[in-house]
Design a protein around this ligand. Structure first.
Ligand code: NDP
Length: 453
């Protein structure tokens, strides 16, 4: 067996109940075989086995009081995965499905994603099995405060800088940052995704969605294509999906779909600027369900209960040019990937983390469509978090144009790095190989420089 296969086998044996983590490790490690041949020094220093092991993983109790006065308990996590090239950095997810394996998969992916951004950020991730859906503002606030009551001792502007993810947006970051500031009596860039009035960056809310569209545009350009007049399927209805819709509209594409965990909507007329504003209000202010969209835009929209976008595209035979999955992990399975390609899709850029199953990825690669994995395509969010950290350290705020231009340049540079690295390893056009090898090599070289620590 190769060194890398040994590492994959050991991960599965050591943590048998973490399937998402195994999937992430396997997906990255399998593409790294050529690096072991090219860099025997990595093998000698056992970098492959060291990189799959987090620096440290915290699990903690989060007790809080609901509106009825009952004491509730949730489980909190922070995995500080790798700080070879900068402070640990990665979002916080609040969702009932959260467990240590999910946080490890996300933290592991984050190492390579952050390395690709060109900015000095290590990898980490955190979260809780708390479900913000159906909770009052007061309950969300008390939970966020209870979560920070433990997390504060593990983080810091030069140590570990969390941000948002599923279930954690501007409201939750505000409550967590406010509580951190209160108990530490300091105003530093310890969280990103902050409000503009207290240290946030312009374009951070938009950055993941915008960046995904920018990355897709770069991939399309390699085949002399662009978004103009193209039909685009987007899944999710949260932060990433909302701003992917906005940017695709600006680039001339027509977005026909969105979904949440209850249903999917298809709008044949396209989700234009006005409809997109409606979705932002529905999801971020009124905290409603996406099915309400179909009630509001009856003429052109249909709601499919209990389905996600990819089920509906397969079942209804909907023609799509470009797909941007922006909801959650493993949302596109092999069957739906095959139908997507059959229906004409030639470009998939992942706004979500690991939204395609290994079977789906295999189909995209066999059919030689443009496929941009999440760690490259959705890196615009964390890159702009990095720009927020820079502004906090400088005690300056850049303009919208300045941040957006930097984001665009970073996405172009990530694309070029992935493209060139894949080509250098004889796998032209394979963005999975390009992203994994480029991200890994940077981190591995830093780890090597430090000796055994
Ligand atoms: P949000 O919580 O804002 O939105 C997530 C959306 O996906 C919601 O509409 C949610 O529906 C829907 N969803 C969740 N699970 C499912 C499911 N099983 N089936 C269908 N829809 C589902 O999260 P974000 O937009 O921030 O994150 C989306 C993805 O992007 C995640 O994979 C995240 O890790 C990734 N990402 C996010 C970044 C960021 O900056 N926010 C950065 C990089 C990656 P419902 O409301 O019903 O739960």
């Amino acid at each position: 067996m190769s060194v890398i296969k040994d590492v994959i086998a050991k991960v599965k044996q050591t943590d048998p109940n973490q399937p998402e983590f195994h999937q992430a490790v396997e997906e990255v490690m399998e593409t790294l075989e050529p690096t072991a041949k090219k860099h025997p020094e990595f093998v000698k220093a056992n970098i492959y086995e060291r990189i799959v092991e987090p620096e440290r993983a915290m699990q903690f109790r989060v007790p809080w009081v609901d509106d009825k006065g009952n004491v509730q308990v949730n489980r909190g996590f922070r995995v500080q995965y790798n700080n070879a090239i900068g402070p640990f950095k990665g979002g916080i997810r609040f969702h009932p499905s959260v467990n240590l394996g999910i946080i490890k998969f996300l933290g592991f992916e984050q190492i390579f994603k952050n390395a690709l951004t060109t900015l000095p950020m290590g990898g980490g991730k955190g979260g809780s099995d708390f479900d913000p859906k159906g909770k009052s503002d007061g309950e969300v606030m008390r939970f966020c405060q209870a979560f920070m009551r433990e997390l504060y001792r593990h983080i810091g502007a030069d140590v570990d800088v969390p941000a948002g993810d599923i279930g954690v947006g501007g409201r939750e970051i505000g409550y967590m940052y406010g509580y951190y500031k209160k108990i530490r009596n300091e105003h530093t860039g310890v969280l990103t995704g902050k409000g503009l009035d207290y240290g946030g960056s312009l374009v951070r809310p938009e950055a993941t969605g915008y960046g995904t569209a920018y990355f897709a545009a770069e991939m399309l350009a390699t085949r002399n294509l662009d978004f103009k007049g193209k039909t685009v399927a987007i899944s999710g209805a949260g932060n990433v999906a909302q701003f992917a819709v906005e940017k695709v509209n600006q680039l001339g594409g027509k977005v026909i779909s969105l979904c949440d965990s209850s249903s999917c909507i298809i709008d044949d007329a396209g989700i234009d600027e006005d409809k997109c504003s409606y979705v932002l209000d529905l999801k971020n202010v009124r905290r409603g369900r996406i099915s309400e969209y179909a009630g509001k835009y009856k003429k052109s929209a249909t709601c499919y209960e209990g389905k996600n976008v990819w089920d509906v595209i397969r079942e209804q035979g909907i023609k799509v040019d470009i797909a941007l999955p922006c909801a959650t992990q493993n949302e596109i399975n092999g069957k739906n990937a095959a139908a997507l390609v059959k229906n004409g899709c030639y470009c998939v850029a992942e706004g979500a983390n690991m939204p395609s199953t290994p079977e789906a990825i295999k189909i995209f690669q066999e059919k030689k469509i443009l496929y941009g994995p999440g760690k490259a395509a959705n890196a615009g969010g964390v890159a702009t978090s990095g720009l927020e950290m820079s502004q906090n350290s400088l005690r300056l705020s850049w303009t919208r144009e300045e941040v957006d231009n930097r984001l665009l340049l970073i996405m172009k540079s990530i694309h070029k790095n992935c493209y060139d690295t894949a080509e250098a390893y004889g796998r032209k056009g394979d963005y999975v190989v390009g992203a994994n090898i480029a991200g890994f090599t940077k981190v591995a070289k830093a780890m090597l420089a430090y000796g055994v620590v």
